[in-house]
Design a protein around this ligand. Structure first.
Ligand SMILES: NC(=O)C1=CN([C@@H]2O[C@H](COP(=O)(O)OP(=O)(O)OC[C@H]3O[C@@H](n4cnc5c(N)ncnc54)[C@H](OP(=O)(O)O)[C@@H]3O)[C@@H](O)[C@H]2O)C=CC1
Ligand SMILES: O=C1CO[C@H](CO)[C@@H](O)[C@@H]1O
Length: 322
């Protein structure tokens, strides 16, 4: 397969333009179609980005035989139904995070894609940040000794109002959860990647200040199978704090924010600050990796199994909090 031709399903305000541009700017990929139900806003989106084919119904896009792969960027409740349709139509599936509403849905998505022999990837794009890759290398080279603990604080200022795009985030039946599913999922995915399986989860998922049914605040205490511990704090409606630190027997790594480009390495009483390339083009390496996975018939770097493992930790946290 030469050029991979994409269809984008979901054209929301938060960052879908960046996704569309990442597909358009990644060599060997072409964005030929987009879909959302509101036709005026679809035209507005497609006109701005010169996307030729427009669909107001995802099932119609699935019938477009020129589309090789779909990027599913709709509310979480739509991920599995749309992935099912895509797999049935023989299209590769790159789905937004969190992968699905619950663990059973993740399992079904993995199965339908495997049965249809299409690739399945999950858009935990932070995994492609240069900063995170540097952290991984430092841990592998034992730079801070044995890791003892990881801690992260993450939040989004969104406080959607009924009728606004993104409001599904605050409705349990639509989102599957609140701050933990929406923003905490990114950090859990990173934790699992860096430190392996999580054996135990204690949590409080609660609504402190908001007037909606999902948690605006979640605090998790984790024990990894490797023995180390982790803490994670997630919020809706907070002013975007982003803290990330790993404490080891010989030093400490801090990236505050993890979304930024500065890594602080503390070792033997000394502090070094490294500046990495910025994470601005985060989506392009994700698209490039997924396209390469299609071409070489291999699993993408962030595959369905990883998406499912991330959902399992969140499900355990919600269970523990009840
Ligand atoms: N990786 C990341 O950093 C980010 C990930 N996300 C994830 O992306 C997903 C979408 O979030 P976000 O863009 O903020 O959501 P929004 O609510 O802003 O946008 C959702 C989009 O999906 C469309 N849509 C909804 N239902 C359907 C349907 N049945 N068929 C076709 N289109 C539909 C909506 O348009 P219409 O109503 O007209 O159909 C709208 O364009 C979520 O999983 C979220 O977690 C979001 C932001 C960043
Ligand atoms: O990382 C992100 C930025 O904020 C968005 C809005 O809450 C999240 O959905 C997204 O995953």
């Amino acid at each position: 397969m030469n050029t991979i031709r994409w269809g984008l399903i979901g054209c929301g305000d938060v960052s879908r333009k960046r996704v569309a541009q990442a597909i358009q700017n990644t060599p060997g990929n072409e964005l030929i179609a987009a879909c959302r139900r509101d036709s005026d806003r679809l035209d507005e989106f497609c006109d701005a980005l010169s996307i030729p084919r427009r669909y107001t119904d995802a099932s119609a896009l699935m019938k477009d035989i020129d589309v090789d792969a779909v990027y599913i960027a709709t509310p979480v409740r739509e991920h599995l139904p749309q992935a099912r349709m895509a797999a049935a139509a023989g299209k590769h599936v790159l789905v937004e995070k969190p992968m699905a509403m619950d663990v059973a849905e993740c399992g079904e998505m993995i199965e339908v894609c495997a049965t249809a022999n299409v690739r399945l990837g999950v858009a935990y794009y932070r995994r492609f940040y240069p900063l995170l890759q540097r952290i991984e290398d430092l841990l592998k080279s034992n730079a801070i000794g044995t890791p003892l603990a990881v801690s992260a604080v993450t939040a989004t200022p969104v406080a959607m109002q009924p009728g606004e795009e993104g409001h599904w985030r605050t409705e349990r039946a639509d989102s599957g959860g609140g701050a933990l599913m929406d923003v905490g999922s990114h950090r859990i995915n990173v934790f699992l990647h860096l430190f392996g399986p999580i054996a135990e989860v204690k949590s409080i998922c609660t609504t402190v200040a908001a007037d909606y049914e999902v948690e605006d605040t979640a605090a998790l205490l984790l024990r990894f199978e490797c023995g180390m511990v982790g803490t994670l704090q997630c919020h809706f409606g907070a002013d975007d704090p982003d803290e990330f630190a790993i404490t080891g027997t010989r030093g400490r790594l801090r990236a505050c924010p993890l979304n930024g480009d500065q890594l602080i390495i503390e070792r033997d009483g000394e502090q070094t600050i490294e500046t990495l390339p910025p994470a601005a083009n985060f989506c392009q390496p994700l698209i490039a990796d997924f396209a390469d996975a299609i071409r070489n018939n291999r699993s993408p770097r962030v595959n369905g199994d990883e998406g499912r493992r991330t959902n399992i930790v969140m499900a355990n946290a919600y269970d523990d909090s009840q």
